[in-house]
Ligand binder design. Structure first.
Ligand code: NDP
Ligand code: MG
Length: 381
């Protein structure tokens, strides 16, 4: 029996994780559920997982409960022998500290929460090498690449291609982008996800973050990482090897598949998801990303090439921009303008992350957020 902590249990990935664990009760036991403030749902989840503790970052009504633990108790629990697996499904940069703590303590960690990998990928991968932590990506594209390269050496890979559905606007002409509202952008054609990643999928910033995520997870040169639109959402990645062979990893678009892959690895376990019916399948198509329409992809390559903390700045500017867009304070196109202004400022003023530690990364992230917030006044409607 493996003991599991679910970080972000009340979110979209958290709920999928709990469903997969329910299907494999003989193998996994939830020992702690973690969320920000959704008390009703976390209490309901904890009733079904009788032995699990609860940690809330921002408790509102419940002040005490036998199950509710404090932050120091959560950190202690994760570092103890009572935890085997951590599922990292908090949204955004807020997840960094607990991912770092789980890795430092040598846990098996399933990472959906891509932003901390974008901010601190090289640092976290290095910490994992030191502690022996096992990192399994469960962001669907990276999870599928993990499967395709299993048993292969890194120098046999000539290219990896991350697919994306293209979001709701890849067919819309750029001249209409100024009319996009947050409600329009929250309608994702394929995946049902949290609000932040749904907006990132509409701007294609999700793919930009995933390019950086892939660089760190698989330690590949950025020239070997591409992204392409695949509207059917059935192929999650394409890995090309030196001999021209390409492994395309397919599955229905359901995050329970990635979660069950991570939990079961190296075995394949049940997840209750239907299988692809190839007899009924009509089309598998690809389309190049229009990088004038979606400047996000260029932002990612710029941040990677520049280094020196630029991915932290990119992620921070995007988080600030998405938050303002969701509050209807800036327009869809201003998301790109705000990111671009922040990146330009950081370049001009030669901002540089000089030391690499958890505290220096958190401090640098805060500085980057402040700069983006400052610029946002130019774009507020
Ligand atoms: P959601 O917004 O649906 O859920 C976020 C979860 O994190 C909630 O449980 C929320 O709690 C919790 N949370 C937020 N802030 C904190 C905090 N400071 N401390 C503790 N808990 C916190 O997000 P998703 O599940 O969609 O995404 C989670 C991560 O996984 C993101 O990084 C995303 O990019 C990545 N991902 C998601 C995919 C998807 O299909 N959804 C696919 C691939 C990757 P509360 O409910 O109380 O606010
Ligand atoms: Mg993804």
């Amino acid at each position: 029996m493996q003991n599991v902590v679910v970080l972000g249990s009340t979110g979209s990935i958290g709920k999928s994780s709990i469903e997969v664990i329910k299907k494999n009760k003989d193998k996994f036991n939830i020992v702690c559920l973690v969320a920000k403030s959704n008390e009703e749902l976390i209490l309901d989840q904890s009733k079904r997982h009788k032995n699990s503790k609860i940690y809330l970052e921002n408790p509102k009504r419940i002040k005490s409960s036998k199950k509710l633990i404090e932050k120091n108790e959560l950190l202690e629990l994760i570092s103890s022998k009572d935890v085997d697996v951590v599922i990292a499904a908090i949204s955004g940069s807020d997840g960094l500290e607990l991912i770092h703590h789980s890795i430092k303590n040598g846990k098996k960690i399933l990472i959906a929460n891509k932003e901390p990998l974008v901010m601190a990928g090289a640092f976290l991968m290095n910490e994992a090498r030191k502690s022996g932590a096992q990192i399994i990506p469960i962001d669907s594209e990276h999870c599928s690449i993990h499967q395709s390269i299993e048993g292969k050496t890194k120098d046999s890979i000539s290219k990896i291609t991350l697919t994306c559905s293209g979001g709701p606007f890849h067919k819309l002409s750029k001249s209409k982008f100024k009319t996009i509202t947050s409600n329009n952008a929250l309608q994702h054609p394929i995946w049902k996800m949290g609000k932040k990643i749904t907006i990132d999928s509409a701007t294609l910033m999700n793919k930009a973050l995933e390019i950086i995520e892939a660089k760190h997870l698989f330690d590949l040169d950025q020239k070997k990482i591409e992204a392409i639109i695949h509207p059917e959402g059935l192929i999650h990645s394409l890995v090309e090897f030196n001999d021209g062979t390409v492994l395309a990893s397919m599955a229905l678009p359901d995050m329970k598949i990635s979660v069950s892959y991570g939990l079961g690895f190296p075995k394949s376990i049940k997840n209750g998801v239907a299988k692809i019916n190839f007899q009924e399948l009509k089309n598998l198509s690809f389309k190049k990303i229009d990088r004038k329409k979606f400047p996000s992809i260029d932002f990612a390559y710029f941040a990677l090439k520049y280094g020196k903390g630029m991915p932290i700045i990119l992620n921070a500017a995007n988080e600030v921009a998405v938050d303002l867009f969701l509050k209807n304070k800036i327009s869809f196109l201003s998301i790109y303008d705000l990111i671009s202004s922040t990146l330009n400022y950081a370049d001009r003023s030669n901002m540089n992350l000089t030391s690499v530690s958890l505290s220096s990364i958190i401090k640098f992230n805060q500085e980057a957020r402040d700069i983006a917030l400052n610029y946002s006044s130019k774009f507020i409607k």
